[in-house]
Structure formats: structure tokens, C-alpha cells
Ligand binder design. Structure first.
Ligand code: NAP
Length: 234
């Protein structure tokens, strides 16, 4: 299957500086999209911004935001700024995630539980809700949520991160049932184990070289963020 062009599409990627997010950002920018790079650390965002430009990708935009502390107003402001500065939004991919530690649920305190649910589940919900009108206005938009096969149907020790990923899978399905007929297609993308800081934290004894690089997913991500009516014509 040939790589779709993302020309004239604006794509927001959370966790854009991470292992998977940076692959998604580079792939989309090289397919012609204007990519909005969202994460917390500005120097890492700037480094990725420079890399995309020097490698010939479409000029991206940077939007630093901490998903652990962002308010509903912060998300509304982001939506407004996308409309004002870039004219809209055609796709969003939620790559940002915090793992915490693999541990029994009985060992997780309330503050940690809330933070992990906030970053991994509530933030994708609030952000998608804040930009859903922009997405629907394009008539051909994609929202991509990232699952984790390690969590399975509910495996021991994945804790609040695991609960959030199970919730996210349900949210993607429910949202899709509500908005697909209006042109907003929601998908769950579950990459499987990859060489990345999150994986290393979860499995410190595993040698990273035994895992596939996140770049293996570049083409699939570009396809998921392309115009759904072109990729899956009725
Ligand atoms: N790696 C794997 O083996 C694997 C397997 C299955 C699924 N996944 C999923 O794939 C996705 C990407 O994982 P990854 O391996 O690429 O992770 P990663 O390399 O650790 O990247 C995480 C990204 O999230 C951002 N982030 C973390 N906390 C944030 C916050 N509070 N606010 C805003 N941004 C925040 C980080 O940037 P800042 O620190 O600058 O904010 C970073 O850009 C995640 O959803 C993960 O659950 C990964």
C-alpha cells in the first residue's frame, strides 16, 4: 500500500518528543502535514522541531503543555489557537503516556492513581473533546489513541496505567460510534513492545536491542492519520 499524502492536513501529536510520538511527528511532517508537537519539555520540542526542518519535513509548530496539570480552559485555549494560527485540525494522535511503576494496585496511593488516570485517560478525553468541533468541521478527520498490548484484558501489576489503557480503548470505541457518521473516525493503535524509555522502565532487565524500533510503525501511523475517506472508502 502506498503512503498517503498528508498535504494540507494539520495533525496534533501529544508526547511528540517520545519514542513513538517523534516517529509519528517525523512521518507526518515528511508526508506534508503541519504537525503540532505537544509535550512538556521545551528543549526536546525545539530539538525535534529543528530535526524535522533540517530533514526537509513540513515546518511544524510547538505547543508545550503538561497534561498532568492542564485545565479545561487550557484545552479550550489550544483549540482556539489551532483555529486562529493553523485554520483547523484534521487529526490527533495521543502518544503521551506516563507508566508509573509496575506494582500491585494495593500499593498505589491516591495521588499517584489520580495522576496516571489524568495523563493517560482524562487528558486524551478532555483534549479530544476540546478539539472535536474543529475535527468534525473538516469532514474527514482521525483521532488515534494508543493502546498497550502488555496490559491485555487486565494483567496483574499494570496498575493505574493499565486501567487507563483499558478505559482509553473503550473511549475510542464509544467516541467512534458517536462521531464516525459526522466524519470523525477514532481508532485504537496498539503498537506492541518497542524500544523506548517506557518499555525500559517496565522491563529493566530486557535488552533494548531485542525489541523492534518504533520507526517500524511510521507507515501505519501515516495511514491512520490520513483522510479516512481515502484510506477506507465506503
Ligand atoms: N514503548 C512500548 O513498548 C509501548 C508498547 C505499547 C504501547 N506503548 C504506548 O505508546 C505510546 C508512546 O510510548 P513511548 O514508548 O513513545 O513513550 P516515551 O518515549 O516515554 O514518550 C512519552 C511522551 O509523553 C510525554 N509526556 C509524558 N508525560 C507527559 C505529561 N504529563 N504532559 C505532556 N506530555 C507528557 C513525554 O514528553 P515530556 O516528558 O517532554 O512531557 C514524551 O514525549 C504510549 O501511549 C505508550 O503507552 C508503548
Amino acid at each position: 500500500m502506498s503512503k498517503p499524502s498528508l498535504e494540507d492536513r494539520v495533525i496534533l501529536i501529544t508526547g511528540a518528543t517520545g519514542a513513538l510520538g517523534s516517529v509519528a511527528a517525523r512521518a507526518c511532517a515528511h508526508a506534508g502535514a503541519t504537525v503540532v508537537l505537544l509535550a512538556r519539555h521545551i528543549p526536546r520540542l525545539e530539538k525535534l522541531y529543528d530535526e524535522i526542518i533540517t530533514s526537509g519535513g513540513q515546518t511544524p509548530a510547538i505547543y508545550p503543555l503538561d497534561l498532568a496539570g492542564a485545565s479545561e480552559q487550557d484545552y479550550a485555549d489550544l483549540g482556539e489557537s489551532l483555529r486562529r494560527e493553523l485554520g483547523g485540525l484534521h487529526g490527533i494522535m495521543h502518544c503521551a503516556a506516563e507508566l508509573g511503576h509496575l506494582t500491585p494496585c494495593s500499593e498505589i496511593d491516591g495521588a499517584r492513581w489520580q495522576r496516571l488516570l489524568q495523563v493517560n485517560l482524562t487528558a486524551p478525553f478532555l483534549l479530544t473533546r476540546a478539539v472535536s468541533r474543529l475535527l468534525i468541521e473538516t469532514g474527514d478527520a482521525s483521532a488515534v489513541f494508543v493502546g498497550d498490548s502488555g496490559v491485555g484484558d487486565g494483567k496483574a501489576f499494570w496498575g493505574a496505567y493499565g486501567v487507563a489503557k483499558l478505559g482509553l480503548a473503550g473511549y475510542a470505541r464509544i467516541l467512534n460510534a458517536e462521531t464516525e457518521s459526522f466524519g470523525l473516525h477514532s481508532r485504537l493503535f496498539t503498537p506492541g513492545p518497542m524500544r523506548s524509555p517506557i518499555r525500559l522502565r517496565a522491563f529493566p532487565g530486557e535488552h533494548p536491542d531485542t525489541l523492534p524500533a518504533p520507526a517500524a510503525h511510521a507507515e501505519e501511523i501515516t495511514r491512520l492519520l490520513g483522510p479516512p475517506s481515502v484510506i477506507n472508502p465506503h
